[in-house]
Design a protein around this ligand. Structure first.
Ligand SMILES: C[S@@+](CC[C@H](N)C(=O)[O-])C[C@H]1O[C@@H](n2cnc3c(N)ncnc32)[C@H](O)[C@@H]1O
Length: 284
């Protein structure tokens, strides 16, 4: 990892599988958000921080065969998965480029620029958005979908294991979350990007965005969210051990998904994932 790489979840195959699982849970919400934002047939769309390609594939579905999607990610390895999945889905109008979104050369005729869980990794996101809009046509859409992790995963009714997860998983906001990547790094991921989207758009010179807020929630034995919760915590274990002082042995990560599932199902309860904030605006 380079010094400017703030991607704290790691770059393993397991993390790639986690991103795909994540999309099973969040895909429907992101689809509704992009539809509300106006992403539609025939558009040329730029997807930032494509990861395993889920958002680019979703965008391909929305723009259809007459549109184009260009995805960018600094992790060249994960783009191999994104390309393979795009090919398997039969799309020939989706291309991926490896590089840092802050530096890579891009076309200047996009109808929309989109991203999910990516602005949180960009230092000075308003400055970045301002530069980015030069890649957009006039009237082009800027649509980002991000979390605010101060609204943590919650089980209703609470269970002992969900109380433990809150204790383990939520470092005090502000300084500790800013230094998730490394204590000496100037800035880690922005834990509150979702609720800072409005301000970020305005500071970037864009009209105040429209907002859409939704959370993924589920219950019963078959909901994929329990695995997602456990796999996310697994990816974060090394960082959480440092920041919250949690003992990985107490987490027993390999059985966590089953324990949460059992606790939720026993009470016919529900588990709710962190709230997603979507913001969209048009370049004047
Ligand atoms: C949490 S993943 C989200 C992936 C995808 N957008 C999704 O929703 O499934 C964030 C991705 O952004 C990429 N990323 C973070 N900062 C980046 C940068 N400056 N340039 C390019 N990619 C970046 C990471 O490599 C990672 O694949």
């Amino acid at each position: 990892m380079s010094e400017t790489d703030t991607y704290i979840l790691g770059r393993t195959e397991r993390e790639t599988r986690r991103l795909i699982l994540q999309h099973q849970v969040f895909g429907p919400i992101t689809r509704r958000f992009f539809q509300a934002a106006g992403i539609g047939p025939g558009m040329k769309v730029l997807d930032l921080g494509s990861g395993a390609g889920d958002v680019a594939l979703l965008a391909a579905d929305l723009v259809g065969p007459t549109g184009h999607v260009v995805g960018v990610d600094m992790n060249a390895k994960i783009l191999e998965t994104a390309r393979a999945r795009t090919e398997a889905a039969g799309w020939s109008n989706v291309t991926f480029h490896a590089g840092d979104v802050r530096e890579i050369a891009l076309d200047t005729d996009f109808d929309a620029v989109i991203g999910r869980w990516v602005l949180m990794y960009i230092p000075e996101p308003a400055k970045f958005l301002r530069q980015l809009t030069s890649r957009l046509k006039s009237g082009g859409i800027v649509a980002f979908h991000e979390n605010d992790f101060t609204y943590p995963p919650t089980t209703f009714p609470a269970t002992p294991v969900s109380d433990d997860i809150l204790k383990w998983g939520i470092p005090p906001v502000d300084e500790s979350m800013r230094t998730w990547s490394s204590p000496s790094a100037p800035r880690g991921p922005e834990a509150q990007m979702g609720t800072k989207l409005y301000r970020t758009y305005v500071e970037a010179g864009l009209p105040g965005p429209q907002l859409m807020v939704e959370a993924a929630a589920g219950g019963g034995p078959d909901w994929p969210g329990y695995e997602l919760l456990a796999e996310t915590l697994r990816s974060l274990l090394p960082m959480l051990e440092k920041v919250t002082g949690m003992d990985p042995a107490k987490v027993d990560i390999d059985t966590l998904a089953d324990r949460v599932r059992a606790a939720v199902v026993e009470k016919n309860g529900v588990h709710m994932m962190p709230i997603m904030f979507g913001a969209w605006s048009r370049k004047p």
